[in-house]
Design a protein around this ligand. Structure first.
Ligand SMILES: Cc1cc2nc3c(=O)[nH]c(=O)nc-3n(C[C@H](O)[C@H](O)[C@H](O)COP(=O)(O)O)c2cc1C
Ligand code: SF4
Ligand code: SF4
Length: 472
């Protein structure tokens, strides 16, 4: 099979691949955008520009590190471009001429009046750019000045400004949405009413990163004071996926979507596309690892598509949208229970603690003497590993037998009590050994039916109420 075609089309804006750099520090200058295109990025959204350059503060970013992994979440109190409009316009025109096949979209944010928007749209489109992205998403700094999320949190403002821009725009107009809102669909619908050609989401989430326990100052701080900032990076991906899905599934929206938020690997990008994004944008991962991560994005996407027989992006964009819906549509008669593969188990007890204290008290613990335990194992389990990538059950170290999880001459053995297991997944999520706990199908006493059907059948007297599971 020849290589799949990964060229993308978002509301008529084409790019050689679906990977765009999101508006932010990596797209603040021609120098960076040129290097990004040379590295393989398919498009960029230029760092948000305005009539006047803003003044930034020193000290701007904060991060959440988790369990040895740096920058799981990233926060910034940076504003829009700190460069002059003339400089930006000249460089955008240069880049578009140099890279005619790449997508160059320009992010805009100006005062909320019609003349200002008309003026900037005309000047920006004269550069030859491929589209405009209206930044109604920035939740900090600019929102205090009545811009960014101050517009994107109010459906009427979103519709009004979108409509102003659409009065004169010649290129497609994307609306970049803020996640700092109760129900993103209302803003998506307002953008659609205003005439938007596509949506882009998410911008950053309002956040305070923390307080330094030595200095008692906020993180990050500017001369001892902090300000709420925008949160992004891997930690926000599930929030972004939910919002992308909500808009992709909403028949009143029906617009192409550019998905953003926490993408750091090709797999993340594919998930966004399966849930309805026509292409994706990346900011934090490019800031953390550099432009060359796009090589991994491209090769990973291509081989995944090849493996599944997809020839072009449209073969799978939106594929999983119908699989997510309301809770009331889930099947009450579907049942899975946990099962431990004892040949993989390292007897650590994490599943037991989690089920006992945080779930449904459905894991039994029994004690086996070390000798009895050793007798049960085959030769393959001892010393030379079990071929599963994990430590063997028994290691010989310095001539002594060392058994994982053993203490006081005993080994704890954990088994699932499947009669009471409610199939919550918790034990399998906390188990440190891959594929050691599987969730396996089980026969249910409840017939296959959704909660809605259950209510109907109850009201018609066709079914007895489902009995609650037994508790300790
Ligand atoms: C330091 C920084 C500056 C940003 N500046 C802008 C901006 O000027 N305009 C904009 O629309 N989004 C801006 N963003 C938001 C990103 O474009 C993106 O929506 C968000 O970071 C989520 O994507 P990520 O998780 O890949 O970073 C900025 C993000 C960061 C981290
Ligand atoms: S799936 Fe939930 S209830 Fe069942 S054993 Fe695991 S933690 Fe306990
Ligand atoms: S968490 Fe996994 S490895 Fe640890 S005892 Fe439970 S099943 Fe075994």
């Amino acid at each position: 099979m020849s290589k799949p075609d990964i060229s993308a089309n978002l509301a008529g804006i084409t790019s050689p691949n679906p990977f765009w750099l999101a508006s932010g520090p990596p797209t603040n200058s021609a120098y960076q955008v040129r290097r990004a295109f040379e590295a393989g990025w398919g498009g960029v959204v230029w760092k948000t520009i305005s009539h006047e350059p803003i003044v930034n503060v020193y000290s701007r970013y904060g991060a959440v590190d988790y369990d040895g992994r740096k920058v799981m979440g990233f926060n910034n109190i940076e504003l829009i471009t700190d460069r002059t409009l003339e400089e930006n316009l000249r460089e955008i025109a240069e880049i578009k001429q140099e890279f005619p096949d790449h997508a160059v979209v320009v992010s805009l944010m100006v005062e909320t009046n019609r003349e200002s928007w008309h003026d900037i749209v005309k000047r920006v489109e004269d550069t030859g750019c491929d589209g405009l992205e209206l930044n109604f998403g920035c939740p900090h700094g600019m929102s205090e000045r009545g811009m960014g999320s101050a517009v994107g949190q109010v459906p009427e403002y979103t519709e009004m400004v979108t409509a102003w821009v659409k009065e004169i725009a010649r290129t497609p107009v994307l609306i970049k949405l803020t996640p700092n809102i109760a129900d993103i669909r209302f803003i998506g619908r307002a953008a659609k009413q205003g005439g938007a050609d596509a949506l882009c989401l998410i911008n950053t989430i309002n956040s305070v990163m923390g307080v330094d326990l030595e200095t008692l100052m906020p993180k990050p701080h500017v001369a001892g004071r902090g300000s709420h900032g925008g949160y992004c990076g891997p930690a926000v991906k599930p929030i972004a996926l939910n919002m992308v899905h909500q808009l992709a599934a909403d028949p009143q929206v029906g617009l192409p979507i550019s998905g953003v938020g926490g993408i750091q690997a090709w797999q993340d990008a594919v998930e966004f596309m399966l849930l309805g994004a026509s292409n994706v944008q990346v900011c934090t991962a490019a800031m953390h690892y550099g432009f060359r991560i796009v090589e991994h994005f491209i090769s990973g996407l291509q081989s995944w598509m090849q493996g599944r027989g997809f020839e072009r992006l449209s073969d799978f964009v939106g594929h999983s949208v119908p699989a997510i819906g309301e809770w009331a549509e889930l099947d009450l008669g579907y049942k899975v229970v946990a099962e431990i593969d004892q040949t993989k188990c390292i007897n650590c007890g994490l599943c037991y603690i989690a089920c006992e204290d945080g779930a449904h008290q459905s894991i039994d613990i029994s004690r086996l003497g070390e000798d009895e335990y050793a007798d049960r194992l085959t030769a393959a389990d001892i010393g030379n590993g079990r071929g599963d990538g994990h430590d063997s059950a028994i290691q010989i170290s310095g001539g002594k037998r060392v058994i994982a999880g053993a203490g006081d001459g005993y080994v704890n053995i954990y088994t699932i009590r499947q009669e009471t297991c409610v199939g919550c997944n918790l034990c399998s999520l906390v188990c440190p050994v891959d594929e050691c706990i599987a969730m396996v199908p089980a026969e249910s006493e409840i017939p296959s039916m959704t909660w809605r059907e259950y209510q109907d059948r109850l009201s018609r007297g066709e079914i007895e109420p489902i009995q609650p599971p037994s508790h300790v």
